[in-house]
Write a protein that binds this ligand. Structure first.
Ligand code: CUA
Length: 316
């Protein structure tokens, strides 16, 4: 569907937190595998030597000591894993930085509202379902939910963290490799939980700055008559009740901010790629694409729909 730098997997880490988690994963994997092999080897040996037991013989005393030693080894192994886990947990949560980027992430059924915090409100950017971050710079996510519990999970970059109504949680992460990393809501949150994806686009600092300065701008003015008509359709139809397009009179905050919607890769939180055809289908009847979502069908005359599409497609 689209080009990703890597699979959505915790085993291809692109940042320090994910690397710590990957280390733990392999540590647990290999220790568990070794324990499994050793246990099976002893089991087979015991079966081969099985015979009537005779307590009190030197052989059965040796067997008793072996059981005590194995128990002690098990306890030591488990404590070792607990210690490794605690140590890595501490390392994972130790990333912080005064010049970190601050991003507020609000979970909605079923999409992600992304706001880049900035001391100057005019420099603040709101977008949806796609998070651009600069490579090498720590990012602080402040997470909250507008409705039910969701979970932010981009396995190539970090572990899971819940978004809860009424409680802000925070995590830090850093991407060290440029790329597009897919994430997924990891807490069942209703009908379209499976269609609540997001993308983190990690890019070199100058590309990120370029992207950001584009996002700060209000929506471009329509050029052609068709685009002008499209904006009119947007501003006089039901769209304006829920969506914002900065630079126009549309300022509702119920649905995703559409100021630069045409710059995003997907529609409806990773459900379908951004294209004219998908956009047309989505506007006409989004319920056939993502049943249960909050956007009602928008019946439009064919020429109005074409104008609206022409307008939305220029919102880069
Ligand atoms: Cu949001 Cu699952």
């Amino acid at each position: 569907m689209m080009l990703l730098a890597s699979w959505q997997t915790a085993l291809q880490p692109a940042g320090p937190q994910a690397s710590h988690i990957e280390f733990l994963w392999w540590l647990f994997f290999w220790v568990s595998a070794a324990v499994y092999v050793v246990v099976l080897a002893f089991l087979i040996a015991a079966l081969l030597r099985a015979g009537p037991g005779d307590p009190g013989t030197p052989e059965s005393q040796r067997a008793g000591r072996a059981v005590v030693a194995a128990t002690a080894l098990t306890v030591v192994t488990l404590f070792g894993l607990v210690a490794a886990s605690a140590f890595k947990g501490h390392q994972i949560s130790s990333l912080q930085s005064p010049d970190g980027l601050e991003i507020q992430l609000i979970g909605h059924q079923w999409w992600w509202e992304v706001t880049y915090r900035h001391p100057a409100p005019s420099q603040q950017v709101t977008t949806a379902n796609e998070i651009h971050i600069p490579v090498g710079r720590p990012v602080q996510f402040q997470l909250i939910s507008a409705d039910v519990i969701h979970s932010f999970w981009v396995p190539n970059l970090h572990g899971k963290i819940d978004l809860m109504p009424g409680k802000v949680t925070t995590i830090w992460l850093r991407a060290d490799k440029p790329g597009t990393y897919r994430g997924q809501c990891a807490e069942f949150c209703g009908w379209q939980h499976a269609h609540m994806a997001l993308f983190v686009v990690a890019q070199p600092e100058h590309e990120f700055t370029q992207w950001y300065s584009q996002q700060v701008k209000p929506a471009p003015d329509p050029g052609s008559d068709q685009q002008k008509r499209g904006r009119e359709v947007f501003l006089t139809g039901p769209c304006v009740m829920c969506h914002t397009i900065r630079g126009t009179d549309a300022g509702a905050r119920y649905g995703p901010d559409l100021t630069h919607v045409a710059g995003r890769m997907t529609i409806a939180a990773g459900t379908v790629p951004f294209s004219r055809a998908h956009l047309a289908g989505w506007i006409t009847n989004s319920q056939s694409v993502k049943p249960g979502n909050n956007m009602p069908p928008v019946p439009l005359k064919p020429e109005d729909l074409q104008s609206l599409l022409a307008y939305l497609e220029m919102l880069k």
